[in-house]
Design a protein around this ligand. Structure first.
Ligand code: PGA
Length: 250
């Protein structure tokens, strides 16, 4: 299984900045090791530029940070998986904590979106993770289990393992510099794995589980070597080619 090293650029970078960062990243990474795959989620407005920039770079792909659950129609401001694919995207992102907690998306909607993306031919990274209050109240497993089960509820069980990935991102570690400790990561990832096997049988062992939350060049090699960590989803430290290239090669 290849490790998936994913960058979430959130609402950062104009077209020119995004293309330049993608180029710098590809140049710094050079020939990608066989066990690695790189995925960039640029903002919509730069998706086509980044996809074109990386089109001939082996092992690199792009994704949309969000999409709506229809192919087209009167949905002002929305973007469909078909449009993402038209801009070169292979992936979509669902359930990110900023969409759950800032933009108010529910488990039910995230589930519909995840299934719709897969049905539309995207691979989907579904993010899950608890708030600090939930961790303090001993509810990590309850929250993560609910988010995975609801998120994958309508996803056909016969999909290929590579069509879905889970990103475990404890909300308190996102953008805070406070990374989860190795035991916390190992425990949460083993738990995600258990639910995936329960849902998909043996195939659940092949579905990638990424870690996200303050991943940096300094902590990435330790995180990536932990049990059941099949990649990372990186925000802040992915914005510069130099730091993300170190993460990709960690
Ligand atoms: P961070 O963000 O790396 O800046 O903590 C991670 C994410 O939001 O996916």
């Amino acid at each position: 299984m290849k490790k998936l090293m994913a960058a979430n650029w959130k609402m950062y970078k104009t077209w020119d900045e995004a293309k330049a960062t993608a180029r710098e990243l590809a140049d710094l990474v050079g020939a990608l090791p066989d066990d690695r795959e790189v995925l960039i989620f640029p903002p919509f407005t730069a998706l086509k530029g980044v996809s074109d920039e990386l089109a001939s770079v082996k092992g690199f792909s792009t994704g949309g940070q969000d999409y709506y659950i229809q192919e087209e129609g009167a949905f002002t401001g929305e973007i469909s998986p078909k449009m993402l694919k038209d801009c070169g995207a292979a992936f979509g992102l669902t359930g990110h904590s900023e969409r759950r907690h800032v933009l108010g998306e529910t488990d039910e909607y995230i589930g519909k979106k995840t299934a719709y993306g897969i049905a539309s031919g995207l691979k989907v990274v579904l993010c899950v993770g608890e708030l600090i209050e939930e961790r303090k109240a001993g509810k990590v497993e309850e929250v993560v289990e609910r988010q995975i089960r609801e998120g994958l509820k309508d996803v056909p069980r016969e999909i290929e393992a590579e069509q879905i990935a889970i990103a475990y991102e404890p909300v308190w570690a996102i953008g805070t510099g406070e990374v989860a400790g190795p035991e916390e990561i190992v425990e949460a990832h083993a738990f995600c794995r258990k639910i995936l096997v329960d849902l998909f049988g043996e195939k659940g062992n092949e579905i990638r589980v990424l870690y996200g939350g303050s991943v940096k060049p300094e902590n990435c090699s330790q995180i990536i070597s932990l049990d059941n960590v099949d990649g990372v989803l990186v925000g802040g430290a992915s914005l510069k080619g130099e730091s993300f290239s170190k993460i990709v090669l960690a």
